[in-house]
Design a protein around this ligand. Structure first.
Ligand SMILES: *Cc1c(COP(=O)(O)O)cnc(C)c1O
Length: 379
């Protein structure tokens, strides 16, 4: 036995035992794989990448990437160089990892060392990546991103036009894709979709010939004219509905359960939680769960947990590490200390929870905390 103190790694959820944790996050890797298969079926023969930025939308980038690799997925997208470096370590050589936000100036050698593809978002980034290629004496891989109308990342149309006449602009660059991103793909009737698609067509005609990529999850559902050569889904893989106006065509992936820390009964008129924002309207049974805004559950998202089909509303404010539930709907003694109530899962989807909180499923997942016991199933 080594009794020396060890440093607790806050980001290593697997290290938190089920007994010690306040909440348990279950991630169904077989559902992620099935979702990738469903998207591929929609795409016909078009390639389907996996977007695993923000640690795989909070679910674990390396576990997700390994699961997708089993489906033959060998193109991944992260947002940041640091994420790309970590993912390369986790999955080894052999697949393409693209860094969507581009490489920060001066970081090119690190991207080369981890064999990453730069997403080139500006003329300056192109120059820096060419210089890096020159230094290492071989071509370096890149996706050229153009701004087709979202005004977030990618070369502006004027920049692309200026480059169109320059035969040497892409010397040293192995252009794997020309890509762009849709701003309104989750609103199929939004006119910006077609405007962006046409702008993308115009811009890519001025760039070196290369496979094209435009669609995110929702973009896949806009139809074949948006598919091009590579789709880049994230959200749909994780069970978020890519077609918000219609039933969710994807399988749910996450289940989040919190432990009951204590139960109690209170009399009519008793103040409940910080600020006494709520008072019992009558005698109530309460349960306090070990789960709060430090776990990524937004303070404004007052809502409910579920136990064996019963809805248990939150009462009062969400605290940092706890939430008080009204369990009066349950028979006395039914819910006990240590029992698990559900926050995300069959009774309440990620999209449901987001709706209650006035946000989107993406934010619910990406906010999930780091002190859960994480259980990966279907791997
Ligand atoms: C996040 C992102 C995606 C994935 O989007 P989803 O809506 O999660 O499918 C694709 N492409 C780019 C450029 C992104 O930033």
């Amino acid at each position: 036995m080594n009794d020396a103190p060890t440093r607790l790694l806050a980001d290593d959820g697997a290290a938190v035992s089920e007994a010690a944790a306040g909440a348990i996050l279950t991630i169904d890797l077989s559902a992620i794989r099935e979702n990738h298969r469903r998207l591929k079926a929609r795409l016909g023969g078009v390639r389907c990448a996996g977007v695993v930025k923000a640690d795989g939308y909070g679910l674990g980038a390396s576990q997700v990437a390994w699961a997708l690799a089993e489906e033959g997925c060998d193109v991944f997208f992260v947002a940041l160089l640091a994420e790309g470096i970590a993912l390369r370590k986790a999955i080894g050589a052999g697949s393409e990892i693209h860094v969507l936000n581009g490489l920060p100036p001066g970081s090119e050698p690190e991207a080369v060392a981890s064999d990453l593809c730069a997403v080139v978002n500006s003329g300056a980034q192109l120059k820096a990546w060419r210089a890096a290629a020159n230094r290492v004496g071989r071509k370096l891989p890149a996706a050229i991103q153009v701004d087709s109308g979202m005004s977030r990342l990618g070369m502006a149309p004027a920049e692309v036009e200026a480059m169109a006449g320059d035969a040497t602009a892409f010397d040293g660059i192995d252009v794997r894709y020309v890509m762009s991103h849709l701003a309104c793909a989750d609103e199929p009737r939004h006119p910006a979709n077609e405007q962006q698609r046409l702008a993308f067509e115009r811009l890519r005609a001025m760039l070196p010939e290369a496979p094209a990529s435009l669609a995110n999850s929702s973009g896949i559902f806009l139809g074949p004219s948006y598919h091009y050569d590579l789709a880049r889904p994230g959200a749909a893989l994780y069970g978020i509905n890519p077609t918000p106006a219609e039933p969710n065509p994807m399988l749910p992936v996450v289940r989040l359960q919190a432990k009951v820390a204590q139960t109690r009964s209170v009399e009519r008129g008793t103040g409940i939680g910080y600020g006494h924002t709520h008072h019992a309207e009558g005698p109530l049974s309460l349960a306090t769960i070990s789960f709060g805004y430090a776990d990524g559950w937004l303070r404004r998202s007052a809502s409910a947990a579920w136990f064996e089909g019963a809805r248990l509303p939150f009462l009062g404010r969400v605290s940092m590490d706890s939430i008080i539930l009204d369990i009066s709907a349950l028979p006395p003694g039914k819910l006990r200390e240590g029992d698990l109530v559900e926050l995300l899962g069959p009774s309440q989807s990620v999209d449901d929870a987001a709706g209650h909180a006035g946000t989107i499923g993406y934010e619910i997942l990406a906010s999930l905390g780091t002190r859960f016991h994480r259980r990966y199933v279907g791997g």
